[in-house]
Design a protein around this ligand. Sequence first.
Ligand code: SF4
Length: 229
Amino acid sequence: MKTDKSNLLYETIRSALRHVEEFVEEGVAPIKRLQSDENKTSPALGLIHDQLKGCTRCPLHEQRTQIVFGDGDPNANLMFIGEGPGEKEDLLGLPFVGRAGELLTKMIENGLGITRKEAYICNIVKCRPPKNRTPTPTEVGTCRTFLDSQIKAVSPKTIVTLGKPASSLLLGKDIAITKVRGTWHEYQGIPVMPTLHPAFVLRQYTEQNRRLVWQDLKAALARSRETSV
Ligand code: SF4
């Protein structure tokens, strides 16, 4: 016969297990579904993703929760490349899903009139730099091979680089984003349009900054449609 003490222990364990089950059903499972359902891929992208698994090639692996590979149409005409995952991206495993990501999504969907899923979005480094610092040239250089493979696999008609680090990498020189945004460049034969990073626009939320980004995105979309005919 159970004593009062052992009954109490039994009930405590059962209650704890119920909480774990609820957490798995309501908390963890939706995140996993979000990753697997929404992260469409292609055989070429799948191969690159496999090569990245467990990557420890640069120090950014030390504090990441997970690798943030990319999101969107694996055959998109329009590709967005940002700097690196932030806190929310690191937790969910998807690029541009925090506040800056919400603004980017709004600009794509409301400003350009296409869905976010019609574009492909990724970053120059796939692991979150601690405290959202700018990735070092060594980290960017080490991760670059994966970005180059992604660009080759998606083969977009136009690339939009978001902010200074991504623009500097693809333009092959240290640039001032406010000077080069809105001008056309080329990377591996693909037209590149640098523009302001949505996080910068959030920090300096002026009508002018929003208008400049909208102009750049419109030009990029038009170019991707020209070259895709
Ligand atoms: S940032 Fe890139 S190179 Fe560095 S650990 Fe992550 S996946 Fe590997």
